[in-house]
Design a binder for this molecule. Structure first.
Ligand code: S3P
Length: 179
C-alpha cells in the first residue's frame, strides 16, 4: 500500500467533530484511533490549557511536531489533529505524505454553536470569541482547503461523516490494490 493510504488524518477547526468522526472511522476500519491533543496531554501530564498557560503555545506546537515526526512509522491509524496543527508551516505536507488527509469544515457560526459551552480551548478564552473564530478560520482556510478530501459538516451527523471518510479511503485503496 502506498504511504498515504496507510493512515487517515482528520484536520479542521476546533469543534468540527474530528475526534468523534475519527473514533467512528477507526472502529469501522479496525484501525487504532489517535487524538493528538490527548497524546500530548498524556505525555505532558497536563491539560492543553495548562500547557498553553505554563509553557506557551510554541511549546505546544513543538509537541505537535514531535507527534508528526512519528507518523512516518505508523500504519492503520486514524489521527484526529488539534485544530491548529495542519496550519503550522510544513505540517500539512508531512501529514499528506503519510495519511489520507480529510478536512472537516464548518462555518464560523456553526463552530461557535458547538464550542460556546466549552472551556478547554485556550485560543477561544478571549473577550470576543466569535471574532477570534472568524480571524483564525480565515488564516487557516488556505491550509485546510489543501486536504485530499474536504467535507462540510453542516447538515451531516458524525456517523454520516465517518461513513463518507471510510468509503473514500476504501475507494482509493481499491485503486492501489497492488501497490
Ligand atoms: C487548537 C485546537 C485544539 C487544541 C488547542 C489549539 C487550535 O484542538 O489543539 O487548544 O489551535 O485550533 P481541537 O481542534 O481538538 O479543539
Amino acid at each position: 500500500m502506498t504511504g498515504k493510504l496507510r493512515n487517515i488524518a482528520l484536520i479542521g477547526f476546533m469543534g468540527v467533530g474530528k475526534s468523534s468522526v475519527g473514533r467512528m472511522a477507526a472502529a469501522a476500519l479496525g484501525y487504532d484511533f489517535v487524538d493528538t491533543d490527548e497524546l500530548i496531554e498524556q505525555r505532558a501530564g497536563a491539560k492543553v490549557p495548562e500547557i498553553f498557560q505554563h509553557q506557551g503555545e510554541p511549546a505546544f506546537r513543538e509537541m505537535e511536531r514531535a507527534i508528526l515526526r512519528e507518523l512516518a512509522g505508523w500504519s492503520r491509524k486514524v489521527v484526529a489533529t488539534g485544530g491548529g496543527l495542519a496550519a503550522q508551516p510544513g505540517n500539512l505536507d508531512e501529514l499528506k505524505r503519510h495519511a489520507l488527509v480529510v478536512c472537516l469544515w464548518a462555518a464560523p457560526e456553526t463552530v461557535w454553536e458547538r464550542v460556546r459551552h466549552q472551556t478547554h480551548r485556550p485560543l477561544l478564552n478571549v473577550p470576543d470569541p466569535v471574532a477570534r473564530i472568524r480571524e483564525l478560520l480565515a488564516e487557516r482556510e488556505p491550509f485546510y482547503k489543501q486536504a485530499d478530501l474536504l467535507l462540510t459538516t453542516d447538515q451531516r451527523s458524525s456517523k454520516q461523516l465517518a461513513q463518507l471518510v471510510v468509503a473514500e479511503y476504501r475507494r482509493l485503496q481499491g485503486g492501489h490494490a497492488s501497490s
